[in-house]
Design a protein around this ligand. Structure first.
Ligand code: HEC
Ligand code: HEC
Ligand code: HEC
Length: 323
């Protein structure tokens, strides 16, 4: 608590306003309060209170400087990927792909920095792919095969039409906090997060604003009410998270995705896919017709997702799929 009040004081005293979305000018101070001020001064006081309430049970661990930077230099360390240049919003080191794809040629699927462990989504560790996938298969510069995954901005070039838009897209489908985009402009490449991405609040165009505060949220209880308290920051989706993002997952210790055999919920993993690939998913909000089989007008066959194992093979009694 003591730490918190010091930070507050710093924040209040230097009553300047900087937009959270434009990286603020580098503050002259080198204290932690300075960092705090520079990334946070746009927020209102009440929100600061909220943030600190959450921060005391923060999910990310480690020193601020492991993840945030005062100066936009990387201290000689390669923190970026694909020639991305900062400064990045909220002064994080490297941006989403820089931090989660720190060493595309390396064999670390989870990078440890001090007390922090950072799941990697581009790496070369054999049998080390995490639940969030390994974009190594589609990353430009690494003999990409674009059919092997999403072409995410900053990792791969955008695919040519018609694959510049989500196959099976439907306008204005229901998503948390409102409706999905009315139209998917061909020039909008798929992003990590935000309106044109999978993670975060898809009502926010900006990929950082979309996950605002999520990394600092205590997410022991995943109820889907905020981005931080959603399964893997997939807003509204629930499930159970394996601690190491499924690295060395075991039959009794792995991710669990929420499903709904009735196709009537918005918190399932298939609903998340359906937000963009609406016609593939049988949910009254989305407009698909069947669970498995050929996906709408396409070459793809769907893997069943909303199946209750309790109804097949005696509920798979004794197996990891037992309900
Ligand atoms: C400075 C480093 C850094 C940056 C930048 C960063 N992340 Fe993370 N991210 C982390 C760390 C550390 C974790 C692991 C936290 C934990 O244990 O839950 C994480 C976890 C995640 C997870 C998994 C959450 C879970 O429940 O396991 C997602 C999804 C994610 N980040 C998305 C993003 C997106 C999208 C962006 C860009 C808007 C981003 N990250 C930017 C460091 C970073
Ligand atoms: C393990 C990495 C990591 C560490 C350590 C870390 N942060 Fe962050 N922080 C992030 C990431 C990534 C974001 C941007 C995405 C988000 O908001 O979830 C962020 C966002 C923020 C924000 C803006 C979002 C908000 O909730 O208002 C503030 C303020 C912040 N961090 C302060 C701090 C302070 C102060 C410390 C040290 C006590 C710290 N962070 C340590 C990764 C980290
Ligand atoms: C935010 C929108 C969005 C979400 C959410 C989304 N996708 Fe996609 N998906 C796209 C876009 C855009 C493309 C076409 C470009 C590409 O391949 O990246 C695509 C392409 C695909 C393809 C074809 C890949 C190829 O290149 O041949 C598959 C398969 C796919 N998505 C599956 C999924 C699954 C499974 C989920 C849920 C886990 C999902 N998508 C969630 C936007 C999305």
């Amino acid at each position: 608590m003591k730490k918190l009040s010091i930070l507050f004081a710093t924040n209040k005293k230097r009553n300047r306003h900087v937009s959270l979305l434009t990286p603020p000018p580098l503050p002259p101070v080198s204290s932690m309060g300075g960092i705090f001020f520079s990334i946070f001064s746009a927020a209102v006081f009440a929100f600061s209170l909220f943030f600190f309430a959450a921060q005391s049970e923060a999910r990310v661990k480690g020193k601020c400087k492991d993840c945030h930077t005062m100066h936009n230099s990387y201290e000689g360390k390669e923190m970026t990927y694909g020639n991305q240049t900062g400064p990045f919003l909220v002064l994080t080191k490297g941006g989403c792909i820089g931090c989660h794809g720190q060493n595309p040629d390396g064999s670390e699927n989870i990078i440890t920095l001090g007390k922090t462990t950072i799941p990697q989504i581009i790496h070369r560790l054999d049998k080390g792919d995490l639940a969030g996938g390994n974009y190594s298969y589609v990353a430009d510069g690494y003999s990409p095969d674009y059919t092997k995954g999403h072409n995410v901005k900053g990792i791969s070039m955008q695919e040519k039409p018609p694959m510049d838009q989500p196959p099976g897209f439907l306008a204005g489908v229901m998503i948390p906090e409102g409706e999905g985009p009315a139209y998917w402009p061909g020039q909008n490449q798929l992003d990590c997060s935000g309106t044109w991405g999978c993670h975060g609040n898809r009502k926010e165009e900006n990929s950082y604003k979309a996950v605002h505060g999520a990394h600092h949220t205590d997410d022991r209880a995943l109820d889907g009410t905020t981005v931080g308290k959603s399964y893997r920051f997939l807003y509204g989706i629930t499930g159970t998270e394996h601690k190491d993002w499924e690295y060395l997952a075991a039959p009794d210790n792995h991710n669990g995705y929420k499903g709904d055999p009735g196709h009537a919920s918005m918190n399932t993993i298939s609903y998340l896919c359906g937000e963009c690939h609406a016609r593939f998913h049988p949910n009254a909000n989305l407009g698909g017709s069947e669970e498995v089989g050929h996906a709408y007008n396409s070459a793809w066959r769907k893997h069943p997702a909303d199946i209750a194992f309790s109804t097949v093979r005696g509920g798979y009694a004794g197996s990891e799929y037992q309900e």
